[in-house]
Structures are given as C-alpha cells and as structure tokens.
Design a protein around this ligand. Structure first.
Ligand code: DMJ
Length: 569
C-alpha cells in the first residue's frame, strides 16, 4: 500500500526500491502535508465506511441509499443491490468478519422470486457478478467451505438462482435477450441496447464452468454470435437493436453508453476463457473503430453504416477504453487517450456524462458526474502497466474531488452538475463496488487481486476437495462492475466435471459386463430438466447427464477404481 504519511528516507527508497517509500518521495510536497496527511489507503477506507455504514443504517434492505434524504430506494429490482455489490469490496479492504456476516445475511434475506421488471443487464453484472465473485473469494475470507468448493457453495447457488431467473429473457427468435425480465407479469419491449445483448459471457461462462450446467454459457454465446451477424458492412454496431427483428433502432456507433461493456466482454472473455473466437470478433471491431471513430486520440460517435460523425462528444463511460487497450498491450494509444480524458477531469474536477470535444464544454442535460469509476479503472490498469505516477495523481485528484464535492452527512451523492456542484439524491451501487475498489487497488499494487501477495510474490490459494485446485495464481478478471473472477477456478471445476464424466463412463462400461455400452442413450433419457448436457458439446455429439455426487479426492477416486478393477478381474 502506498503510504504518503511515511517519513522519507531517500536511502531506503533507493535501497528498497519500495514504492511505498518512493511514492512519498515523489509527492511529499503535494500530498504528504495537511489534509492529505493520511495514507491514501486509509482515506479510501474511510470513504467506503462512511458510505457503507450510511447505507446499512438508513437504506438496507432497499437497493440504494439516498444520500440527501438519508433513506433508501429500490432502483434495479429490490435485491439489496448495494449490499451485494459491496460484498467483495469488503474483502478487498481486508474486512473478513464483515464479509462473513454479510454473506450469511444475504443468504437469509434476498429473494429473487419477486414481481419486478428487473434489468437483465444490471442484474447480471451487479447481482450475478457480485455473488460469483464473493463465492470465489470466500476461501480468502475465511468462510466455512463446502468440501467441493469452489465448484459448489451457497453464494454460487444464489448466483445460479438469480441467473436462472434471467434465462427466459434469452428465449427469443435470435437468442438475443430482452432488456428486462419479469417472471410474474412479462411486458417486455424488444428494443435493447447493444451492451444489454453482449455483456453476459464472463458471468455466464463462469456459472457454467463452476456448476457444470452449460445452459448459461450457451445462451451467452448464442447472443454474441447473433449480435456479431448484425454488424454493418463497414464493421460497426449501433446503439439499440430490436432483438426480434434484428433491426438497428439507434444507429450511432461508438465505444460509450449502450455499447461499452460489449467490447469489454469480448476482450476479457477472450482472456478468461482463452477464446480465439471472441478475440477475433473484438479485433475486427477494433479495426473499424480505429478507422471511423478515432480522431486525435478521442473516440467520436459515427453512423454505423456510413461512418459519418453524428456526435463529436466524449462520454464518461468511454473512459474504460484505455484500461481495455492496456490489457491488449496497446499502451501508447491507451496513454494518449487517457491524457485526453484526464484533461477533462482536471477541467471539471470530475468527468461530465457528455463533453463536447470541439467546444470544450459539457453538453446540455449531461453535466452530471454520478461518481463513475471508469477513469480510475483505466488509471489502475495503466499504473500497473507503466508504473507512471501520473495515474496515482489522478487517484489523488479523484479522492479530493469526491470528498469535496459529493460528500454528505449521509454518504456520497451523485453530482447533478459539475459546473455548480448541485447534487442528486442518489448513490449508485457501483460507487462501492467499483469506484472505491479501483481507487484502493490503484494505490495497492501488491494487492492479491493484482496477482501478487504483499511481498510481491505470485499469490495462490488452494481449493477443492483434497486441495486439487490452485486458485488465484493466474490473476483475476474483473467483470464490468469490478467483481473479480478467478479463471483458475473455472479451469479447476471444468476439470473436475470432466474427471467425473470419465469415471462415470468407466463405471458404466464396466457394469455392462463386457457388453457394448449404452450409457450415452441412457444418459440422454435421464437428463434432468434445466440441465443442458456437456460443456462445449457439438452437434452430433452424444449428450451426457452430469453426476450430482461431489468431486472425489484423488485417493477416493483411486480406491473406487481399485474396487472396480478388482470386481472385474
Ligand atoms: C457500471 O454499472 C458498469 O461499469 C457498467 O458497465 C457501466 N456503468 C456503471 C459504471 O459507470
């Protein structure tokens, strides 16, 4: 953790090459005096607990805190959203006891079977993503684990339950989902934003690979492939599509609102799943994006069929892009674009929702800053990639701005207008899930979520029965709501599923007593409803039911095999 309260000893700074010390050496005049005397990490923690405690005391079980009236409101469905979204941040800040308490509380209090029109996108990224991440981190949080963890566990079951409620939205002629879903009284419009179609693969593939039920990954992939087919002749997608007719209803192409996380998930999905198809999709889009929308390291909005500029604006949601580019190794371009965006931040002390690039002003009715994380998120990735202290400076600027402009006695309020600092009575759940998490991680480059432990070694923890899973060793992929997912757990649980199948096949073959095996047919007949067969099964391949027994440790498997072999010899 960077500690800008540390007395500087230049010698120790040089000797240790400890960033903890060097940071203060660089910034001591600016940031090691006065109000900023506290270490950044402590200031960020205080910010978190001011907002979090206010939510718990005044708003829970509502979705969000209203920081001006000091009460709560439901916004995205009535799932105690802020608490689910904030759960993994508790662990990121090192609070294992509160993580454990809240994980238990949520299991007892949240009900997904309610009559609400829930946003399929928001429920996925905040609820499914938040629960999956908390499930994967529950080993680090010291929770009591089921023998088969990380391939089972109560938070995983909650994530699965909430995702299953979203599945009816995917039952469309195209496979592209409706934007909202209500199991009780469905009244959905078929017009959905692009991100609402293409932002599922991280959570849904994680669910499928942890639980063995392929249906989630399949629907997410089907939606992605359908969307891919609708791109224009010049390789761009628009902003809103009719998911039944496949007609583009809003034809502005860009990287911001309505589209952003679609591109993010192609890249992160490619990394997490080592998936060439997703990467190729992104690279083809990227060529068109660079050709038609990229000017002077800004990204504009253009007509998706003609490539003509429709809106020369920068939107605050676009600020995730430099971070994404850094994941792809496009550092030079990322750094230049970040500088453009940072100049807007400096101009207003925050990022307005829309900024007119030619005029250098905010755009009418889009002057607000709802405490979004995107620029801080990019700063975290770019600092990780370059070590350049510019990114820490952005972090300090963000801390100062948010404290000065948005803090209320009862939390932090969205800024309605960055020009006069009027506030809105809203604190979105992403403030605790993302903004504060990325700020904290920016100042803690040895945090385990960066793939290192506090000594800078590669971190890992064991999971799974018999300690067969090595977790956390390959780093973490953040979903678009900053919920970290562990690719190693996916690999581990898929492998267990595969092992179970192989063992089952051996047992079934041997039980045929030398007769040809009919196991595949029998399996198809007994496949339980809601389960969709084998991961990645292709047309023509025989589908097989999954065994429901827990994964056996290696010794137990050997014992069973030994028994089988002795029975048959
Ligand atoms: C978050 O809910 C997610 O980051 C989403 O992808 C975009 N909007 C907010 C944060 O700005």
């Amino acid at each position: 953790m960077y500690d800008n309260n540390v007395k500087i000893n230049t010698k120790s700074c040089i000797l240790k090459i400890g960033l903890t010390f060097c940071f203060c050496a660089v910034f001591r005049d600016l940031h090691c005096t006065g109000i900023a005397r506290l270490p950044a990490g402590q200031r960020i923690k205080s910010m978190f607990y001011h907002a979090y405690d206010s939510y718990l005391n005044n708003a829970f079980p509502y979705d969000e805190l209203r920081p001006l009236t000091c009460d709560g409101q439901d916004t995205w469905g009535s799932f105690s959203l802020t608490l689910i979204d904030a759960l993994d941040t508790l662990l990121v800040l090192g609070n294992r006891t509160e993580f454990q308490r809240v994980a238990t509380l949520l299991q007892e209090s949240v009900d997904f079977d309610i009559d609400v029109n829930a946003s399929v996108f928001e429920t996925n990224i905040r609820v499914v993503g938040g629960l999956l991440s908390a499930h994967m981190l529950s080993g680090k949080a010291g929770m009591e684990l089921e023998p088969n963890w990380p391939c089972s566990g109560p938070l995983l079951r909650m994530a699965e339950d909430s995702a299953r409620k979203l599945l009816p939205a995917f039952q469309t002629p195209t496979g592209m989902p409706y934007g909202t879903v209500n199991r009780v009284s469905p009244t959905e419009t078929p017009v959905t934003c692009t991100a609402g179609v293409g932002t599922f693969i991280l959570e849904f593939a994680t669910l499928s690979r942890l639980t063995g039920d392929t249906v989630f990954e399949e629907v997410a992939r089907k939606a992605l492939r359908s969307l891919w087919k609708t791109r224009s002749d010049i390789g761009l997608v628009g902003n809103h599509i009719d998911i039944v007719t496949q007609k583009w209803v809003a034809q502005d192409a860009g990287i911001g609102a309505g589209v952003d996380s679609y591109f993010e998930y192609l890249v992160k999905g490619a990394i997490m799943l080592q998936d060439e198809e997703l990467l190729q999709m992104f690279l083809e889009y990227d060529r068109a994006i660079q050709n038609y929308t990229h000017f002077d390291d800004w990204y504009l909005w253009v007509q998706m069929h003609k490539g003509t500029v429709t809106m020369p604006v920068f939107q605050s949601l676009e600020a995730f892009w430099p971070g994404l580019q850094s994941l792809l190794g496009n550092l030079d371009s990322a750094v230049r674009t970040f500088q453009n965006y940072y100049s807007v931040w400096r101009q207003f002390g925050g990022l307005p929702e829309f900024y007119s690039i030619p005029q250098g002003t905010t755009v009418d009715k889009r002057e607000g800053y709802p405490l979004r994380p995107e620029l801080i998120e990019s700063a975290m990735y770019l600092f990780r990639a370059t070590g350049d202290h510019t990114y820490l400076q952005l972090g300090l600027d963000a801390l100062e701005s948010i404290e000065k402009i948005a803090k209320t006695p009862c939390g932090y309020a969205s800024v309605k207008d960055l020009r006069d600092h009027q506030l809105d009575n809203r604190m979105e759940s992403f403030f605790l899930a993302e903004t504060i998490k990325y700020l904290y991680l920016l100042f803690d480059p040895t945090h385990f979520l960066h793939g290192h432990d506090s000594d800078g070694n590669v971190s890992w923890e064991e999971g799974g029965e018999g300690g067969q899973c090595v977790l956390g060793a390959g780093g973490y992929i953040f979903n678009t709501e900053a919920h970290p997912l562990d690719p190693a757990a996916l690999y581990c649980c898929s492998r267990h599923t595969q092992d179970r199948r192989e063992l089952r096949d051996i047992l079934l073959d041997l039980s045929q007593d030398g007769r040809p095996s009919k196991s595949a047919n029998r399996d198809t007949e007994t496949q339980p409803t809601g389960r969709s067969g084998r991961m990645g099964s292709k047309a023509g391949e025989k589908k097989r039911v999954l065994l429901s027994c827990p994964v056996q440790p290696f010794s137990a498997r050997l014992a069973i095999l030994g028994q089988v072999f002795s029975d048959n010899t």
